[in-house]
Write a protein that binds this ligand. Structure first.
Ligand code: SAM
Ligand code: SF4
Ligand code: SF4
Length: 334
């Protein structure tokens, strides 16, 4: 079967699978406790896809050109024996990565490595404990997350990336501290512009710190030189310390949208397929995923959906053209 292209000529290369909508953090910008507190209805266990079903979905995407799968959530390391899923996917010759808040990484790193996870990305918005606790609305020690990051380095789950979502007035002062902390360790710290995902985080454009501003600011302390992007679909712009002590990156989803190169789809933990992060409704594939013994029918359905895709929300954002309700990041998988 030929690789599937959408209406804008973009292939389906990369799938993000949310394996749970639950999390042990309550990041203010993702799962604020007012919305995701005791009264919140998380998905019932019976609706969550099994590892076998996820594997079949990935298998169905393969003939269409899929190369990479990122396991995410919610917090993926809350899912029991997640390394079993990693093993099933890596044995299909997929490039398998995982994004985690890092709190449970140290104890999982060895099993993830044994199961041939390619890479891990850890979200860490602050080095200072009080700032981290305020953002994540949790008491998890930053030291535990750092232990997780260093365990991932030891188990060669790299290059390990640390993602920091920057919010003006909240954690922008943590930026140089993060750069200093990971310089010379091989970890690539990436600064992400705060996005208007979901409906609960009260996003305003004023909270976004543009990449250009961060680079100007960091240039006062660090001598940084730009590097070429690894591929057109690489979402981060890359910069290196000129003395060879490492690399940092920037994901400028708001100020320099990259929809033209977006080769990414998402699967929610209950089997809905999304062709853009900023969608109102997913394509419900759960019945098909559960019933399918052969993956061909699933492959055809995914192809039908992808081939009519026209999404380019971030490029349209500035015109203010869209104001529909959007799915939450913790559900669709960041
Ligand atoms: N719990 C895991 C974690 O935090 O890494 C995986 C899921 S989380 C939804 C994935 C990523 O989405 C995290 O790096 C998080 O910072 C990012 N994220 C969530 N809301 C965001 C927003 N409004 N703008 C930019 N990034 C966001
Ligand atoms: Fe949980 Fe990740 Fe969302 Fe924070 S960003 S609440 S760690 S899912
Ligand atoms: Fe891809 Fe949608 Fe983000 Fe554009 S807005 S980069 S199409 S996920």
């Amino acid at each position: 079967m030929d690789v599937v292209l959408d209406r804008l000529g973009r292939p389906l290369r990369d799938l993000r699978v949310s394996v749970t909508d639950r999390c042990n953090f309550r990041c203010r910008y993702c799962m604020p406790r007012e919305e995701f507190g005791k009264g919140h209805n998380f998905l019932p266990k019976t609706e969550i896809l099994t590892y076998e079903q996820i594997r079949n979905f990935v298998k169905a995407c393969r003939p269409l050109g899929l190369k990479k799968v990122r396991i995410t959530g919610g917090e993926p390391l809350l899912r029991q024996d997640i390394h079993h899923l990693v093993r099933q996917l890596s044995s299909m010759e997929m490039d398998v990565a995982l994004t985690t808040n890092g709190s449970l990484l140290e104890k999982n790193a060895a099993k993830l490595a044994e199961s041939r996870l390619s890479r891990v990305t850890v979200s860490l918005d602050a080095i200072d404990q009080e700032v981290h606790s305020a953002i994540t609305d949790s008491e998890v020690p930053v030291a535990d997350i750092l232990d997780g990051i260093f365990a991932a380095i030891r188990y060669e789950l790299g290059p390990v990336k640390v993602n920091c979502v920057v919010q003006r007035g909240v954690n922008d002062h943590q930026i140089p501290k993060l750069v200093r902390k990971f310089r010379g360790t091989g970890v690539i710290v990436r600064f992400i512009e705060f996005m208007d995902v979901g409906n609960t985080n009260g996003w305003t454009r004023g909270q976004v710190v543009p990449t250009s501003e961060i680079i100007d600011f960091l240039s006062n302390e660090f001598d940084l030189t730009p590097l070429a992007r690894k591929s057109a679909s690489d979402v981060a712009s890359r910069w290196a310390h000129s003395d060879g002590t490492g690399e940092i990156g920037f994901i400028s989803s708001v100020t320099q949208p990259f929809c033209g190169d977006c080769v990414r789809a998402r699967l929610s933990s209950d089997g809905k397929f999304f062709t853009c992060l900023f969608t109102t409704l997913g394509h419900d594939m759960s019945a098909l995923i559960r019933s399918c013994r052969e993956t061909e029918e699933l492959t055809n359905t995914i192809e039908e959906v992808w081939s009519v895709r026209k999404d380019r929300y971030s490029e349209k954002r500035s015109s203010g053209a869209i104001s529909l309700p959007r799915v939450e990041m913790s559900y669709i998988g960041g």
